[in-house]
Design a protein. Structure first.
Length: 266
């Protein structure tokens, strides 16, 4: 069964989409069959792989009354281990459309159920808000990964995300677990980045990944060329850091599985 990983932070500009794209690609490089789901109405994760005219069925359709099977949304990429379920701007309308529907938070979980056996990892890029799309992602996920920018006020707002995480765990998804927090846009030359790193470490402790993602122009450029950092700049620091992050993710997921099996056996 797939590890379903939500990449979430309601603050914009923290490297959430960059992390979703390149973590998914790094897992695929390790021959883990990986599905990247774009739940952000800005559709940046989708545009990084496809031109708009290549996308017909999208994640928006999954939330409609006449939803297709999830398999019809999933598209292959150049990497045989990496697949993408694209988004479009219409996702922004879902908040209003789904208001009052009792099953609204479970639509994604229900749609994903037949695909869990087909993938090793499912990585979800969520919008910079704690609305119905992010809630759907958390309800459907096994784990949460939180990217935090190395900047002043970086931790501001994470309280709301962790409160939402707590509410999801309390009822609709008690098995959801924080896999970790990753520092993004890190610039070792600045006092701000170094000071923020220590602040984040003090706040999150062992939840903080050892790998930091540096501010890197190659990471910013690669989506414009319909590439991940591994095909666009395979020797860049960004490529090396996302490989290391993927290895940490694999290790933590395996440790969590072992711990859960031990609890079930007891």
């Amino acid at each position: 069964m797939a590890c379903v990983l939500s990449v979430a932070n309601q603050k914009g500009g923290v490297g959430k989409t960059t992390t979703s794209i390149n973590l998914a690609a790094a897992l695929a490089l390790k021959k883990k069959k990986t599905l990247l789901i774009d739940l952000d109405p800005q559709s940046n994760a989708s545009i990084a792989f496809f031109s708009p005219d290549e996308i017909q069925v999208t994640m928006y359709d999954i939330f409609t009354d006449h939803a297709p099977e999830m398999a019809k949304v999933i598209k292959p990429t150049k990497d045989p281990f990496l697949f993408v379920a694209p988004a479009r701007l219409a996702l922004a309308r879902l908040e209003q459309q789904l208001a009052g529907q009792f099953d609204a938070p479970f639509k994604l979980k229900d749609a994903l159920a037949p695909e869990l056996k087909n993938f090793d990892f499912i990585v979800m890029d969520t919008p910079p808000a704690l609305g119905i799309l992010t809630v759907n992602a958390l309800v459907a996920s096994t784990h949460l990964l939180v990217p935090i920018q190395a900047a002043y006020f970086a931790i501001e707002g994470t309280d709301d995300l962790l409160e939402t995480y707590g509410r999801i765990r309390s009822r609709p998804n008690p098995d959801l677990k924080v896999l970790g927090v990753v520092i993004t846009l890190f610039d070792k030359r600045t006092n701000i980045s170094r000071d923020t790193h220590e602040q984040i470490r003090a706040t999150f402790g062992n939840a903080l990944f050892k790998t930091r993602i540096s501010k890197n122009v190659r990471l910013e450029e690669s989506p414009a060329y319909k590439e991940t950092v591994f095909t666009y700049a395979p020797k860049s620091s960004g490529a090396e850091e996302y490989k290391k992050l993927a290895q940490e993710v694999l290790q933590r997921v395996e440790e969590d599985r072992v711990a859960r099996h031990s609890q079930d056996a007891a």
